[in-house]
Ligand binder design. Structure first.
Ligand code: SF4
Length: 197
């Protein structure tokens, strides 16, 4: 589906949207938009690959547990008025699907910040909700488990989900954001490149 139609579907669901052809353009847009703010980041390979933390830190206070892994940092990030994350999958019809282990990220996408930005590479776009959930479990989660060296059956080859009961299972909370939550501004920043998992 063309980006114009995907954007229209998200906009009908209460999200504003942007489209950039490269991660650099998207990063510049956020750097120009966000100044003198406190910004929380969700765990994300996409944000890491963009160098967004380093870029935004120049003019903002950015809190990210990927840099300082701790419960306190997660809690601090969850007090920010601006939150930036990616998504494990989005649908062409305008929904966002995420899987979390601790829940700090999905909590902020449901309630908390005044504004939530989602940075979404083209590899995250799926045809429908069942494909999105499949992608989260069988593509994004195994790759994230491998990145985190989790002791889970999926981490070795990052090939598929084994629906494990490992103590280190990273798939514990699945959320579907159907519409922008009431009272929260949400913006989807599409990037026409493969980014993150
Ligand atoms: S449920 Fe377990 S095996 Fe499946 S993707 Fe999550 S961590 Fe990996």
């Amino acid at each position: 589906m063309e980006y114009s139609m995907i954007r229209k579907n998200f906009e009908k669901h209460g999200f504003s949207t942007q489209l950039f052809s490269s991660r650099e353009e998207a990063r510049d847009y956020l750097v120009n938009t966000l100044q003198r703010q406190t910004i929380g980041f969700g765990g994300s390979a996409t944000l890491m690959e963009m160098g967004l933390f380093e870029a935004l830190q120049q003019n903002n206070a950015v809190v990210w547990h990927n840099k300082v892994p701790s419960r306190d940092v997660r809690r601090l990030a969850n007090c920010a008025d601006i939150y930036i994350t990616s998504a494990n999958a989005v649908t062409e019809s305008g929904e966002i699907v995420n899987i979390d282990a601790t829940g700090n990220r999905v909590a902020m996408t449901a309630f908390g910040p005044e504004t939530c930005y989602y940075v979404v590479g083209k590899n995250k776009i799926t045809a429908n909700l069942s494909d999105a959930i499949y992608r989260c479990r069988n593509v994004a989660a195994p790759k994230n488990a491998k990145r985190m060296n989790a002791k889970t059956p999926c981490a070795k080859n990052a090939d598929k989900c084994y629906d494990c009961n490992s103590p280190e299972r990273i798939c514990r909370i699945t959320t579907v954001i159907d519409r922008a939550p009431m009272g929260m501004k949400c913006e989807i920043i599409f990037i026409d490149q493969e980014l993150g998992f």
